[in-house]
Design a protein around this ligand. Sequence first.
Ligand code: MN
Length: 287
Amino acid sequence: MAIEITESTLATVGIVTVRRALPRRQRRMVGAWCFADHLGPADATPTHGLDVGPHPHCGLQTVTWLTQGEVLHHDSLGTEQLIAPGQLNLMTAGREVSHSEEATGSYAGPVEGIQLWMAQPSATRDGDPAFEHHAALPVLALDGGHATVLVGALGGTQSPARIDSPIVGAELLLTGPARVPVDPAFEHGLVVLSGSVEIEGETLAPGHLGHLEPGGNELVLEPDGPARVMLLGGVPFPEPIVMWWNYVIRSRAEATAAHRAWLADDGRFGTVGSALDRITVDLPPWA
Ligand code: MN
């Protein structure tokens, strides 16, 4: 099996530098996964954390997973939820939601993690927004470590989190060679958060996405010392999508309509109980 490696791009979100593994021009999606930001480590204080002010989403689910630190999530559903390493925040936007990611008021120290988006299929993307917090997730033992299953199933170990399409997301913590059972109908992407791993004769380190086409029923990973790797997989997403800013939609007109509503603060996206400023960008160039 051949592995395709793409370089992540550096970007800034709030006050934090991120390595953006998805989307890249050469690799837009992996299954329904359409966005992957490895963020930090950033230095948080009780009053300054990620400092991502209220902003809107349509047509996607956000997966927040931390490896260090704590973050406070607020959204337009009225949710206020602290998240710590090993826990999952899963927000479903459906037709619209808005949220912020903030300092906790007490935590000081490094914050590091990954923020992922799953594109919602047409069957659910116009549905209601929702939020789930999972304080603990199932773990699959591997020969060289273990996998925590955030969404979907891996080797028969099933996450309780909502998914809207055939997908898997797991964190692999490896100290030795591991054979990871996977669904042969899924394509896969690997994002290394720390350490490095060899796979299919290539070395993956932070700042890369390694992509594997469907067809295999296991991935063989050889870490060079302790490694933390996100495994993203899914059936290649069957619908063409449009991504603009924080919206996963199907047309430019839909992006324009959503963004006019956000800029006008006309109530469509609700309100977030946050002291941070709402995030705005200009209308898209075609509007
Ligand atoms: Mn967001």
